[in-house]
Write a protein that binds this ligand. Structure first.
Ligand code: IPD
Ligand code: MG
Ligand code: MG
Length: 280
């Protein structure tokens, strides 16, 4: 049967590549930095420019489709995931990396219909790695099929997480309590690429066994979520149970057993949901 979303997925890949060129070019010149929710929640003109480029390219071909874009939501657009075909866009995932020229930056485009992810595209533009996943069609990096790690022993595992952009002392305390607990299992180590999307692609690629974070947004993880499940991994809420993309909490792992083991170490909290916040 013909793939109903083939053309849309091809457009996502093509647009992500074009966006990546814009991001790489912007890294060669000085970047003027602005802030959003707090002094460490950064945004640049390139984030905004890339989001407009992606939205415009999609609108030209699919005028009826909806969007959830990080910078549009920051500008006051609603963050609503309906049953309609919806493009979930993070124009630069890893803006802090981008500002500092720390070399992991991604363009993340997820596409959902009936609230189900149909495809995900994550372009790690400085590494020139195009990660793609189609529901039921597998996960790939530059055309090579991805498979999560088969490591079942948590003590042989490496885990990704991030510190996020909240500096609320209670949040920072919980993040460090989780970090100490995960390190002390002991695991082989804890890493963070500085982009949720790439962290999830690292789980899909089998480089790390798991990634967890509280405080991310739907645009950080929508595309990566499909990469993980299509590579054979699992997604959960950090307190167990199914992941809710709007809840700002995610645990991605190579297996249910490893995910369940990590759950025991994560000190969870509940940020304001993406679909509850009026704007960022
Ligand atoms: O703001 P942005 O660079 O698109 O996205 C951020 C990155 O994914 C970072 O790794 C994660 O820790 C934050 O929670 C995200 O908000
Ligand atoms: Mg992001
Ligand atoms: Mg971003």
């Amino acid at each position: 049967m013909a793939d109903a979303w083939k053309e849309a997925m091809e457009l996502a890949e093509k647009t992500a590549r074009r966006a990546g060129e814009v991001v790489c070019a912007a890294l060669q010149v000085e970047r003027s930095v602005m802030t959003k929710s707090c002094s460490v929640d950064l945004v640049t003109q390139t984030d905004q420019q890339v989001e407009q480029l992606i939205i415009q390219s999609v609108r030209d071909k699919f005028p009826m489709h909806r969007f959830i874009g990080e910078e549009s939501v920051a500008a006051g657009e609603p963050c609503v995931l309906s049953d309609e075909p919806t493009w979930i866009i993070d124009p630069i995932d890893g803006t802090t990396n981008f500002v500092h020229a720390f070399p992991f930056v991604a363009i993340s485009i997820g596409f959902s219909v009936n609230k189900q992810m149909e495809f995900g595209v994550v372009f790690s533009c400085l590494e020139d790695k195009m990660y793609t996943a189609r529901r039921g069609g597998g996960a790939f990096c530059n055309g090579e099929r991805l498979q999560v790690s088969s490591q079942e022993d948590i003590q042989q595992a490496m885990v990704c997480t991030e510190f996020g952009s909240s500096r609320d002392p209670e949040v920072v305390e919980k993040i460090f309590c989780s970090l100490r607990a995960v390190l002390s299992i002991p695991t082989h180590g804890v890493r963070g690429a500085g982009t949720a999307a790439i962290n999830m692609c690292l789980v899909a690629s089998g480089c790390v066994e798991a990634y967890y974070e509280i405080g991310i947004h739907v645009w950080d993880i929508a595309a990566g979520a499909l990469l993980v499940t299509e590579a054979g991994g699992v997604l959960m809420d950090v307190q167990g149970g199914p992941v809710d993309l709007m809840s700002r909490r995610v645990l991605a792992a190579n297996s249910p057993a490893l995910a369940e083991r990590l759950l025991q170490e994560i000190h969870s909290f509940c940020p304001i949901r993406d679909d509850a916040a009026p704007s960022l």
